[in-house]
Design a protein around this ligand. Structure first.
Ligand code: AMP
Length: 390
């Protein structure tokens, strides 16, 4: 893996693609984790006396009205505070003003360029990797460092485009993610996968890729009900992903010994946190009930299956974790994993959010921040932002 350590950057103009896609409300940054995580690569480039050009996307820009709310300027202020130094900011993503700022850079200066997706207003130039745009941005620097893991599953002008025109390497954040995820390339056994979340459709690729490698796949969350339906169970008003029933039937037939489904669940009549729930065995769900979490017997069953696991990969919460009542079993299983020191990789947005709230995020082997990128890695897909540099 070629990282920023392996490339000559001393005194050079270095473009770093960061992931500064932070939540901003009324012009204020609500959570600066992503900015903080970008600091090691930026600081390393400062130590090497680089002239630093930072680029990032922020949100989606589809129409004029999206420009102001996705203005990257607040990130420049936050960076300035975190690094205790002035940060130059270019309001424009191309043109004279930007070029003058780039030309004015001295060693140790940092320039943040406006949201790369401002270019999407003009025929999606950033998101469709417009060749002219990637070439133009590359012309501003001498070396390219990609440190934005969250977008490596997309070929954009600001990652793949620039990388095609400059000597390029990965930053420390991408290095950390790829190293952690590489335990799945030749996983130690027993290797157990935990899947939850809403729809089977979104996880078909992950199941197909991991079912041959894993010893067991534990399935909870809304998606379990489509598997249970495929087995012939009454699932009442529980989440059903009709179009995936055939897929579930086939997986259950081909990998019967590997798939572990819930044996009980917490049911109510409405999708709300306000009603009291009842614990029911799976074969007791009636037509007017819906399952919003796995049950206590299932927690025990999952814990027994996880016992002694060498590696666990977990994507998706096991219940409607946004509701206080239905997050406790996801939390309990996270606790089991942490208490038993089971090497666990949490892959993707919702389970990482659940682990963060419950205080387990920093106690697991790795919590992958990539969302879509992590999911595509778990699907075994090649990631364009990685391939372009490899
Ligand atoms: P995903 O993005 O596929 O990981 O799905 C996460 C979503 O799945 C969360 O918003 C949960 O509320 C939802 N979810 C988990 N369990 C259930 C369930 N039993 N019924 C409905 N939704 C669920």
């Amino acid at each position: 893996m070629k990282t920023v350590r392996d490339i000559d950057i001393k005194n050079k103009k270095v473009i770093i693609r960061c992931d500064f896609n932070v939540p901003i409300k009324d012009g204020k940054i609500v959570d600066d984790t992503r900015i903080v995580e970008a600091l090691p690569t930026i600081k390393y480039c400062l130590e090497k006396d680089c002239k630093i050009i930072l680029m990032s996307h922020l949100g989606r820009v589809k129409e004029e009205a999206d420009l102001e709310k996705n203005n990257l300027a607040p990130v420049a202020d936050r960076l300035s505070k975190l690094l205790e130094k002035d940060i130059l900011f270019s309001e424009k993503t191309r043109g004279e003003e930007l070029e003058e700022l780039v030309n004015s850079l001295e060693s140790g200066d940092i320039l943040l360029v406006q949201n790369t997706r401002y270019e999407d207003l003009d025929g999606k130039k950033e998101s469709s990797n417009d060749p002219e745009l990637g070439k133009y941005w590359a012309s501003l620097g001498e070396v390219f460092i990609n440190d934005a893991f969250g977008t490596v599953h997309r070929a954009h002008a600001s990652n793949v485009g620039i990388a095609s025109h400059l000597p390029a390497a990965f930053g420390f954040l991408i290095e950390k993610e790829l190293k952690a995820l590489s335990i799945l390339d030749e996983p130690e056994h027993p290797f157990v996968v935990v899947l939850g979340g809403a729809k089977v459709t979104d996880k078909i690729g992950v199941i197909e890729n991991l079912v041959t490698k894993a010893d067991k796949i534990l399935i909870g969350g809304g998606m379990a009900f489509t598997f249970l339906k495929a087995q012939g169970n009454e699932i009442g008003k529980s989440l059903l992903d009709e179009e995936s029933i055939d897929f579930c039937t086939k997986v259950l037939k081909d990998y019967n010994d590997k798939i572990v489904l819930p044996v009980d669940c917490a049911v109510t009549n409405e999708y709300t946190n306000d009603e009291e729930y009842r614990l029911k065995d799976i074969n007791e769900i009636s037509s007017d009930e819906m399952g919003l979490d796995i049950g206590e017997k299932t927690v025990k069953l999952f814990e027994e299956t996880l016992k002694g696991a060498a590696i666990v990969v977990w994507n998706g919460p096991l219940g409607v974790y946004e509701f206080e009542k239905y997050k406790k079993n996801t939390d309990e299983l996270l606790k089991y994993i942490v208490d038993n020191n089971i090497k666990t990789l949490l892959g993707g947005g919702d389970i990482v959010a659940a682990a963060t709230t419950a205080g387990y995020k920093d106690k697991v082997y790795h919590a992958s921040t990539g969302g879509g990128a992590t999911l595509e890695y778990l699907e075994g897909k090649k990631l364009p932002g990685i391939e372009a540099i490899k």
